[in-house]
Design a protein around this ligand. Structure first.
Ligand code: B12
Length: 135
């Protein structure tokens, strides 16, 4: 006879839908491009990411579906994808410019993730801010 599932395991399954079953939910997010250096007005795009998917995936999806949004990245041997350019504007070592990654949660709070586009996992309804800035 099959042993009865223990109650803690049963509770976990009930509380975490999608953890064991395939979750096909698409998580809506926005991507906002800010370039105060070149005085370009901010542009906001809507896109989505798969359940627990990385930001890089959402950015690729957006680029494939919207010809106004494009980006390039380089591969760092230690930290993975480094966002090099957005909409034709590239960071520059000599000029000390780069694309900063910021996240605005639905309550308006802005944070600066301590990982890059290849590691950050967006939450529903976040606005991902790609901000051209100086270091
Ligand atoms: C200086 C620095 C920067 C500078 C680099 C300027 C330059 N060209 O010199 C600037 C300000 C551009 C920067 C940006 C970011 N950084 Co930084 N940075 C550092 C720091 C303090 C030192 C790196 C260094 O000079 N090492 C010495 C040199 C000789 O080694 P290197 O391998 O050639 O270094 C290169 C890489 O580190 C690369 N780099 C720097 N930051 C990042 C971040 C990512 C995700 C990638 C792929 C590459 C990368 O730039 C360096 C110069 O080419 C480290 C922390 C540390 N103490 O190591 C964090 C660090 C590497 N950065 C980090 C982060 C998170 C970022 C940002 C994502 C922050 C943000 N939210 O915007 C952005 C990158 C956004 C993007 N465009 O993809 C994290 C990476 C952790 C991770 N696992 O992803 C670190 C470890 C700091 C932390 N928070 O813990 N960073």
């Amino acid at each position: 006879m099959m042993p009865a599932p223990n109650s803690a395991a049963l509770l976990l399954l009930l509380l975490l839908p999608g953890t064991l079953t395939g979750n096909t939910d698409s998580v809506p997010i926005q991507v906002e491009v800010q370039n105060p250096i070149d005085k370009i007005p901010p542009v906001t795009y809507s896109t989505h990411v798969v359940y627990r998917g990385i930001l890089l995936g959402a950015m690729k999806t957006l680029m494939a579906s919207n010809s106004d949004f494009k980006f390039t990245f380089t591969e760092d041997p230690n930290y993975g994808p480094y966002l090099h350019s957005v909409n034709g504007v590239a960071g520059n070592k000599e000029k000390h410019t780069y694309w900063e990654l910021l996240v605005q949660s639905p309550n308006g709070k802005i944070t600066r993730p301590n990982v890059g586009i290849g590691c950050y996992i967006p939450n529903a309804n976040e606005t991902i801010i790609l901000r051209f800035g100086e270091w």
